[in-house]
Design a protein around this ligand. Sequence first.
Ligand code: C2O
Ligand code: CU
Length: 459
Amino acid sequence: MGGAAVILPGTLKGQTTSFSKPLAIPTVLTPTAVDATTDYYNISMEAATKEIVPGLNTTIWGYNGSFPGPTIRAKHNRRVVVRQTNNLSVNTSVHLHGGHTPATSDGHPTDLISPGSFKEYTYPNNQLPTTLWYHDHAMDFTGRNVYNGLAGLYIITDDFEDALPLPKGRYEIPLVIQDRTFNADGSLFYSNTGMTRINGFQGGQVLTNGVIQPYLYVERRKYRFRILNGSNARKYELALSNNQQIIQIGSDGGLLSAPVSLSSIQLSPAERVDVVIDFAETGRGTNIVLRNLLGTGSTSEVIEFRVMPWRYGKDNSKIPSILRQVDRIPPTSASVTRDFTLNVTGGMGGPVFSFNNLPFDPARIDANPQINATEIWVFRNLTQMDHPIHIHDIFWQILDINGNPPSASDMGWKDTFLVPPLATVRVIGKFTDNTGDYVFHCHILEHEDFAIMGQFRVS
Ligand code: C2O
Ligand code: CU
């Protein structure tokens, strides 16, 4: 999917893309079968053609040919089995990001589905409800495969959360934010060589749910937005153009103990944030933009909310002052502390990022946690770059960043956390239920592919 002419940020020739198309909402997938314990789904990975740039065709790789893929909605403690069939011409592996998943269903980078074959993934959903996402994880090619479109949402809920008076139904909207660059013919441009191998690939256009800078008509009431940064490498700082506060209610691993009112929210690749925006505070008939304070030109504006002068009925939703208690894990309960440095070294094809100067080797195990052990993992960034670190299997709490406690926003459960340049971040977590081999890695996908990934074996 290469190509010659690269369209730079803000120069989509002759086309107006800013807020010219409505937000699309990924369809919720219907199970193909249901029994007493399990919902069964079938997904086919395939190439499809979409009109993303007005008037042009873009070939994407999508779950069921969608970009992003269809959303799976799961219930806490109710099993989901997904049969993934690979109808693409390359090997794939499907990882449920944030899933507390048996190792055999975790989408290990070497557990590949070859073209024409399928694999069944089993998700027990015995974990806190939250916004997860499933995406490709094929060794060395995750960046390309996700960029081409292999990503979709997976939302777990439970009765407790359903009973909270938060906005629901059509007032609960997922926003998958991704950046892409298009060639002049509409095809996707991707590169992971040269500087993009170092910085990660950042696209020139910001898409939400597969639409470049969409708009959304909203009523004058509260909405809940489940936001995923599904970009390969771009970090966002989201804020509303009228300086209105955004109320954060959850992070990667589900609801926070209490809501946090913020004027902006930083989101590294793979992080999720669950927020409420109250458009009753916005003037009638006003357009406000969700901006990206870290962007320039076309990457500085994400989505436009057009506040309608009315609403349908009364807004009975509320943001409870207590959401779901997050008990902090005491550092004294940890039996093991592991240290990982984040390094960069020169390699034959360009620089290589690694943990402890050891580029990923699927034959090597870098940590051996015992089941039910609580451990502290320390990440010391010796590079001048951000690295958002993701650890499979369990959720973690951030103990400190350079010795300082995290902000209220990061006091919840995390599976992906930013390790800023030259910083040290300590996290604590408990290895429960699952044994087997899992990976941890930087979620700048070009870094993951070259080769800042390690492996742990829970036994
Ligand atoms: Cu979201 Cu190992 O990945
Ligand atoms: Cu990195």
